[in-house]
Design a protein around this ligand. Structure first.
Ligand SMILES: *[C@@H]1O[C@H](CO)[C@@H](O)[C@H](O)[C@H]1NC(C)=O
Ligand SMILES: *[C@@H]1O[C@H](CO)[C@@H](O)[C@H](O)[C@H]1NC(C)=O
Ligand SMILES: *[C@@H]1O[C@H](CO)[C@@H](O)[C@H](O)[C@H]1NC(C)=O
Ligand SMILES: *[C@@H]1O[C@H](CO)[C@@H](O)[C@H](O)[C@H]1NC(C)=O
Ligand SMILES: *[C@@H]1O[C@H](CO)[C@@H](O)[C@H](O)[C@H]1NC(C)=O
Ligand SMILES: *[C@@H]1O[C@H](CO)[C@@H](O)[C@H](O)[C@H]1NC(C)=O
Ligand SMILES: *[C@@H]1O[C@H](CO)[C@@H](O)[C@H](O)[C@H]1NC(C)=O
Ligand SMILES: *[C@@H]1O[C@H](CO)[C@@H](O)[C@H](O)[C@H]1NC(C)=O
Ligand SMILES: *[C@@H]1O[C@H](CO)[C@@H](O)[C@H](O)[C@H]1NC(C)=O
Ligand SMILES: *[C@@H]1O[C@H](CO)[C@@H](O)[C@H](O)[C@H]1NC(C)=O
Ligand SMILES: CC(=O)N[C@H]1CO[C@H](CO)[C@@H](O)[C@@H]1O
Ligand SMILES: CC(=O)N[C@H]1CO[C@H](CO)[C@@H](O)[C@@H]1O
Length: 642
């Protein structure tokens, strides 16, 4: 086998600058979460450094950041041990500095007729964050009480606030039946009450509550007190009179977390911490912010705007390549800068091209731009694409150099090259957000690299087609012999003009004749016309190159000949799209690879097994010249250009 069949998208063989950039995008944005070599998660929970799972390998910043992983539960459950050695089960940890933990409810149920002693506080629950780099976040939480004539209490103890008590009162103004009917879910005092967390940076909270009065209820009812993330708890009256308190408790602990703040640098401000570079936790490109821990202060690190990554891990935050990100901040040209990016519009367009409230690119009212005449035509509004130095010359040379000699341009190689070129053109037409018409498709613009892979070159004549226009009137340009007659007559440029030229290229491959030859008789000088006439008169086999007649099976030859005919239809609308052409050629190519196709004629000089997918840019290339349309990338570390 000359070629191995690989399950690669044909696009991987494309060689356009901006495609290479799109390709790079998919793996450009990963940033580390944990220390290298350390586990990143326990069960469903991601553990970002400075926290770490495996204490023995010093995966965390220091002991208080060690997280235990209970692998006996399914899924494994991460937890911290609080000051009283009780578990704080972790729901998630954000790199921004919050940690959600599973709630702790103080709850008690009363049976009908039960005598309740006033002033008895039932079921104390506490969260003791002493010795942990955590505080209860005040504005992200609320304190909630549920009950009838119930006082929910939160005792916040600390050195600064000695036994500060806060809480709320929930009453039941109407009998249970009425309350159930009214179904008041508001938590405004009727069966449910709430209050704010009174202090910043609490390290120790005790949650409890008591019933003040024995109402003569003949139903059982329950009370509860807990600290809940704002807007997460939905009160249901049925919770009050529920005979199924366990279900309520489970629902609440499963869905309503408590939010804590975490920080580094115990009792250190940013300024103090920065004095000691070896212990300062914020790495490169970060911002330090103080955390008001009440009892204990600390600081946190965050990436500077335009940077991402884990600010606590060396080397620090890295520049966000916004242009390559999924959000695509620009409509047309995007250039990454350190810490930011800039958007711009192609020449001949105005606007700033920003998506976030900027002015989209719009075509200048005047759409007359100066045209330089260099021997060939070059328009100023043309996108400049950079392609690599390609070693093996042009397809034109290979077709016409040693005419009549058996060459490496076998039938299989002709199909391969045609398919590759068609793929590339099809991509140019359709895959970029703005269709691009090459305008000068010809064999001398198809370059071959050292593995004889086709690359389309010379975008000098290319034309951007604005999305709102499918046809553009332009100065007719192109190469005689390949020029679409419809375009020539009407000056209306469409993608189908490239299809016509590609048709001529196919004929060139089939016949090894030049598109325009003075050696042929007058009426046959234009190859396309010569071919169409021969085809119609059933003389196809007379004009196809003898080597190909020997190598190809007739069916494939006819398929190719028909495809060329379709591309050469006078009316552009009748021609297939470049995508259809590419698909047909790809189909032939795949067929040709199957072992049941006779390959005995394949030329041994072709060595097509080693195809790289992306080639590096030559190191002396001028990056400032790159202007890709969609994802311009000036990041020379990642950018693989062609
Ligand atoms: C909180 O935890 C600390 C450290 O273990 C302990 O010394 C302290 O007594 C605890 N406080 C309460 C009220 O349980
Ligand atoms: C927590 O531990 C302290 C002493 O370490 C003890 O006095 C207190 O009762 C404990 N609290 C709970 C709820 O276990
Ligand atoms: C009470 O109201 C809530 C929200 O309006 C609703 O989802 C729930 O089904 C109602 N419950 C009853 C028992 O009507
Ligand atoms: C206690 O309950 C009784 C009977 O429902 C009621 O009359 C009384 O006003 C209540 N006392 C307080 C302080 O709420
Ligand atoms: C419970 O109280 C309701 C009215 O509040 C009454 O209709 C019902 O008969 C009482 N049930 C018992 C068993 O006392
Ligand atoms: C509540 O959760 C516990 C622990 O997961 C479980 O054993 C119990 O069956 C649950 N109860 C209800 C009523 O869902
Ligand atoms: C700086 O921090 C390191 C590591 O925590 C510590 O060993 C060292 O003593 C500190 N230096 C000063 C001057 O505090
Ligand atoms: C750092 O963060 C603080 C607080 O969010 C902010 O005021 C400050 O501008 C930030 N500094 C930089 C350089 O971004
Ligand atoms: C932090 O500072 C406060 C106030 O100065 C002090 O009460 C507390 O013990 C300190 N904490 C630690 C861990 O040093
Ligand atoms: C094809 O290329 C491979 C790898 O470069 C080489 O080992 C092999 O000899 C070549 N085959 C021919 C026929 O040139
Ligand atoms: C005729 C006309 O208005 N031409 C202008 C088109 O835009 C370029 C640059 O945007 C100007 O330099 C021309 O004068
Ligand atoms: C015909 C031709 O130029 N062939 C060259 C293709 O590239 C390889 C590798 O660079 C050369 O060895 C061939 O001579």
């Amino acid at each position: 086998m000359m070629e191995d069949v690989r399950p690669l998208s044909p696009f991987l063989r494309l060689w356009f600058t901006f495609f290479a950039m799109l390709f790079v995008t998919s793996f450009a944005t990963t940033s580390p979460i944990a220390k290298p070599g350390c586990p990143t998660r326990c069960g469903k929970v991601t553990i970002p450094y400075p926290f770490g799972l495996d204490s023995e390998k010093s995966c965390s910043l220091s002991t208080p950041y060690n997280i235990h992983c209970d692998t006996s539960s399914d899924p494994p459950q991460p937890y911290l041990l609080d000051g009283n050695n009780t578990r704080l089960e972790i729901i998630d940890i954000s790199q921004a500095g919050q940690m959600r933990i599973r709630n702790k409810l103080s709850t008690q149920c009363y049976q009908p007729g039960q005598v309740v002693q006033e002033s008895v506080l039932y079921n104390q629950e506490q969260v003791n964050l002493t010795n942990l780099p955590l505080v209860v976040l005040d504005d992200a939480n609320k304190f909630i009480g549920i009950g009838c004539t119930y006082v929910a209490l939160m005792v916040a103890e600390s050195t600064q606030i000695q036994g500060h008590v806060s809480g709320c009162v929930a009453t039941c103004d109407t009998p249970p039946e009425t309350m159930l009917k009214q179904n008041d879910t508001s938590c405004m005092g009727n069966g449910c009450c709430q209050s704010v967390i009174p202090n910043k940076g609490l390290k120790l909270v005790v949650i409890t509550g008591g019933v003040q009065n024995t109402t003569n209820n003949n139903v059982s009812y329950c009370t509860a007190a807990f600290i809940a993330e704002v807007d997460k708890f939905n009160f249901r009256v049925a919770d009050l009179f529920g005979s199924n308190n366990a279900a309520f408790v489970n629902r609440t602990t499963d869905n309503v977390p408590m939010v804590l703040d975490w920080y580094v640098g115990v009792n250190e401000t940013c300024q103090q911490a920065q004095q000691n570079t070896s212990s300062y936790a914020c790495k490169e490109n970060t911002n330090c912010t103080g955390v008001d821990g009440g009892d204990e202060s600390g600081y946190r690190c965050s990436c500077l705007p335009g940077y991402h990554g884990n600010p606590y891990l060396s080397p620090g935050c890295t520049d966000i390549i916004e242009c390559k990100g999924p959000s695509k901040p620009c409509t047309h040209i995007c250039e990454n800068t350190i810490g930011s990016y800039t958007c711009s519009c192609p020449k001949g367009y105005s606007g700033d091209g920003r998506k976030d409230g900027g002015t989209p690119c719009f075509k200048n009212k005047s759409n007359f731009t100066s045209k330089l005449r260099l021997g060939c035509c070059l328009e100023t509004e043309v996108p400049l694409l950079v392609y690599e130095y390609v070693s093996n010359g042009t397809l034109f040379e290979h077709i016409h150099k040693n005419k009549g000699v058996t060459s490496w341009l076998t039938w299989a190689n002709c199909i391969k090259l045609a398919a590759e070129a068609a793929d590339a053109l099809s991509y140019l037409h359709s895959a970029a957000s703005i269709p691009i018409i090459h305008r000068d498709v010809k064999s001398s613009n198809i370059l071959l690299d050292e593995s004889y892979t086709a690359k389309i070159s010379d975008f000098g004549a290319s034309k951007l087609i604005p999305i709102d226009q499918t046809q553009v009137t332009t100065l007719v340009q192109g190469t005689l012999g390949y020029l679409d007659p419809e375009y020539f007559q009407t000056s209306q440029l469409t993608e189908k003009s490239d299809v016509y030229s590609f048709g001529v290229l196919l004929v060139e491959l089939l016949t090894r004749e030049k598109p325009l030859s003075l050696e042929r008789k007058l009426e046959d000088r234009n190859l396309a016309i010569y071919y169409i006439l021969s085809f119609k008169e059933g003389r196809l086999m007379e004009i196809v190159d003898p080597q190909l007649v020997r190598e190809a099976n007739e069916e494939q030859l006819v398929t190719m000949a028909n495809l060329a005919m379709k591309c050469l239809y006078v009316v552009g609308d009748d021609r297939p799209t470049m995508k259809e052409v590419a698909l047909e050629l790809q189909g032939m190519r795949n067929q040709n690879r199957h072992p049941w196709v006779d390959q005995s004629h394949r030329d041994e000089t072709s060595n097509l097994t080693n195809q790289n997918d992306l080639y590096p840019m030559p190191s002396n290339a001028n990056y400032n010249g790159i202007q890709a349309l969609e994802n311009s990338c000036l990041d020379n570390t990642q950018c693989k250009s062609i």
